[in-house]
Design a protein around this ligand. Sequence first.
Ligand code: HEC
Length: 138
Amino acid sequence: MKKQLLVAVTLVAVFVVSMVASAQVKKGKTRAALTKQIMGGIMRPNCAALGEGLKTAPADDKGWAALATNAAVLNEVSYIVMDDGRCPDGDWANAATTLRECSAAVLAKIEAKDLEGASAAFKTLTGACAACHKAHKK
Ligand code: HEC
């Protein structure tokens, strides 16, 4: 009887822990935005615009400024994904750090109007998307 109770308690504990873990991945603790919405609404559009925009050198300062905005926003998202209890583990945290460092590097290269440097840093940046998705995107 005691043993069965222990098994039941353990199962409930495992269930609760896995629920909390998945809740953190899909949504923060208090804020309204789902991770999915942050990805679809902020992450993907800025990443896509940056990838597209770095294919050829922007024609003018306005073009460079638009790319700088994309890189700066991606840098900001690296903080958002760590906020509000979203981060479940080291894979997530490392990917966020890669995103933060690479987006800062992309931004610096854009500010220097160094297209090749920006493209190289952007390539490393997309490794952060892949790493986190491999570990956490079901
Ligand atoms: C720290 C972790 C992490 C990083 C970094 C990350 N993602 Fe995600 N992404 C997720 C998770 C988790 C999901 C799945 C969310 C869900 O379905 O609840 C997701 C889902 C998505 C989706 C699908 C959204 C939808 O509507 O289903 C897109 C698109 C996406 N990410 C783009 C990106 C891009 C582009 C990058 C890199 C610039 C990136 N993500 C970096 C964690 C991350």
